[in-house]
Design a protein around this ligand. Structure first.
Ligand SMILES: Cc1cc2nc3c(=O)[nH]c(=O)nc-3n(C[C@H](O)[C@H](O)[C@H](O)COP(=O)(O)O)c2cc1C
Length: 401
């Protein structure tokens, strides 16, 4: 850890050694893997979602597809999964929760639970048994976008504010610990749903679950992806590609409610985590980065975040929370000064990308001289910034007043 900065914080009264939790997913599939994460330095974990009757859960194979960066080196930019909730017996899970609570009393074990919106008793039993086993918080999975909604569960609940509030109320009534409602991004206004859940008693909101997607289509077989016996179904996207959606959802939620928000979606690095905290998250949950890069990333996450706080002169994680929110304003509050593109010729590699983009992106304000030097016509430049976005050299094109 860098300097004097201590990353410890708290979540609804439970002390956390740092703000990094594992999200509900395969990296939290049982006590063994969660225990390994705790030993590696993770502050807490949300179990893979539990249901009372795991005999109804049968997964398909394969159940993942990916969005890769174009080119030869295959870099996974996002995953899509059609995985269901846990197929492990509820009784086995209770033993796991109990063991984790005993072995790691300083780590936060959150039980993720799911049922449908016609079973108040089912929710109450799930919640009570998990709490009796040692779960320190409950997360309501009202946000899984595939498979479970077809049975009236997951986002079938979280997309309906009335159902989301009703289920939250049932869980809160049954729980002697704080209850988190996990939001789906597949709604028009996540802040509105989060607010209803908080009014119904939720002590925290986590956001987001995966984004509803179809990852692609196999051009030879015509099967959408992932190809499961020649067919597919719509799934949920996670990883880097969903970070902007998650940041927006977290900011909207943080503005709408006055309870702690747990930020989730596309977090790989300490910089990603810091962005979530700045937009109002009190801690973050991570899944895909761990599935792809391993749980050892916790070392870089904590070291990097501590160094950043130190550099910014902030004494704790809490001091960072929400600092960017006042800068998120309505469109018509934004500055409207005139700006033009300015190209740093010392950095320019004369690739011509800015010329093409500006010409066919609307303005024809950049031309290449005979020696390939780009020149900006200030009269034609509209200051849109497309040239700065497409330039392959960081910092080469700036917008200047
Ligand atoms: C394979 C897979 C399985 C998942 N299973 C669950 C689940 O059982 N319950 C749940 O609430 N979220 C589940 N999620 C969603 C994650 O908890 C998380 O919200 C989402 O992946 C976004 O975070 P990320 O970009 O860090 O992966 C799953 C995600 C993946 C990739």
């Amino acid at each position: 850890m860098s300097g004097s900065v201590n990353l410890s914080t708290d979540y609804c009264g439970f002390p956390l050694i740092n703000p990094f939790l594992l999200a509900s997913a395969p990296p939290t599939a049982n006590a063994e893997i969660i225990g390994r994460a705790f030993a590696a330095g993770w502050a807490g974990a949300v179990t893979k979602t539990l249901v009372m009757d795991a005999s109804s859960i049968r997964n398909v194979q394969p159940r993942l597809a990916s969005l890769s960066w174009p080119g030869k080196s295959r870099r996974v930019y996002a995953l899509e999964n059609v995985e269901l909730v846990t197929d492990r017996l509820f009784e086995d899970w209770l033993k796991d929760i109990n063991q984790l609570a005993r072995d790691y009393p300083d780590r936060l074990v959150i039980a993720s639970v799911m049922d449908d919106a016609s079973h108040p008793d089912g929710w109450a039993t799930l919640v009570k048994k998990c709490v009796d086993a040692g779960a320190r918080m409950i997360e309501i999975n009202m946000s899984c976008p595939h498979g479970m909604p077809e049975r009236g569960m997951g986002q079938a609940i979280g997309q309906d504010a009335d159902l989301a509030a009703r289920v939250t109320e049932w869980c809160v009534k049954a729980a002697s610990v704080p209850v988190i409602a996990k939001m789906t991004p597949n709604v028009t206004d996540v802040g509105r749903i989060a607010k209803r859940c908080v009014e119904a008693g939720a002590a925290s909101i986590s956001a987001i679950n995966t984004v509803s997607t179809i990852m692609g289509v196999d051009l030879e077989t015509f099967s959408p992806l992932p190809n499961i016996g020649g067919q597919s179904t719509q799934g949920g996207m996670s990883g880097r590609a969903i970070k902007p959606i998650a940041l927006r959802a977290v900011a909207q939620t943080a503005k709408a409610v006055n309870v702690p928000v747990s930020g989730i979606g596309g977090i790989y690095t300490w910089e990603d985590a810091a962005e979530f905290l700045l937009l109002g998250a009190h801690n973050v949950q991570i899944c895909t980065a761990v599935m792809v890069q391993g749980m050892g990333i916790i070392g870089d996450l904590t070291k990097g975040l501590a160094g950043y706080l130190d550099r910014k002169g902030l004494g704790s994680v809490r001091d960072l929370v929400g600092l960017a929110l006042p800068k998120l304003v309505d469109h018509y509050s934004l500055a409207r000064e005139t700006k033009n593109a300015a190209i740093d010729l010392a950095l320019c590699i004369q690739c011509g990308q800015c010329v093409v983009a500006c010409r066919d992106g609307g303005f024809s304000a950049i031309r290449l001289e005979a020696d390939k030097t780009p020149v900006v016509d200030g009269e034609k430049c509209d200051g849109c910034g497309l040239c700065a976005q497409v330039c392959p050299v960081w910092g080469c094109v700036q917008l200047e007043a």
